[in-house]
Ligand binder design. Structure first.
Ligand code: CO
Length: 135
């Protein structure tokens, strides 16, 4: 089996600046970093919470996955991300279990990590991101 760690919980927001200001005011933490990930159509910020992160996602435009999410549901939890040492093996396992994969193969996410998304239909109505960790 695989040992998964919680890498991050991602929240879709209208404004990264506003969400970061709220987070700092309410919970007293600044982001570790902030980055535009063109491939995913987002600007993201990561706030360290223990050994995991809260990821805030602002869409780069309305015609992006997170832009469409905000349009239909408003701000809120977008996905959870589980870290695993071997993402290829984890995807193979999910495929063998009949899971519906958004990404058949890993692609590049923030920080250059290899990531892949699993459809919410496959687990508890929740979009799951796998992140290959080299920790
Ligand atoms: Co993520």
């Amino acid at each position: 089996m695989f040992a998964y760690n919680l890498d991050h919980v991602a929240l879709a927001v209208y404004s990264l600046d506003a969400a970061l200001a709220d987070y700092a005011r309410l919970f007293g933490a600044e982001p570790m970093y902030r980055e535009v990930v063109e491939e995913q159509g987002v600007e993201e910020a990561m706030i360290a919470v223990g050994g995991s992160f809260i990821q805030l996602l602002q869409p780069l435009g309305p015609d992006t996955p997170v832009g469409r999410f905000l349009e239909s549901r408003g701000e809120g939890m977008h996905h959870i991300a589980l870290a695993v040492a071997d993402i290829d093996a984890a995807l193979e396992h999910l495929r063998a279990e009949g899971s519906q994969l958004v990404d058949e193969r890993p692609r590049r996410g923030g920080r250059g990590a290899r990531i892949a998304f699993v459809h919410p239909k496959s687990f508890a109505g929740t979009l799951v991101e796998l992140v290959e960790s080299h920790a």
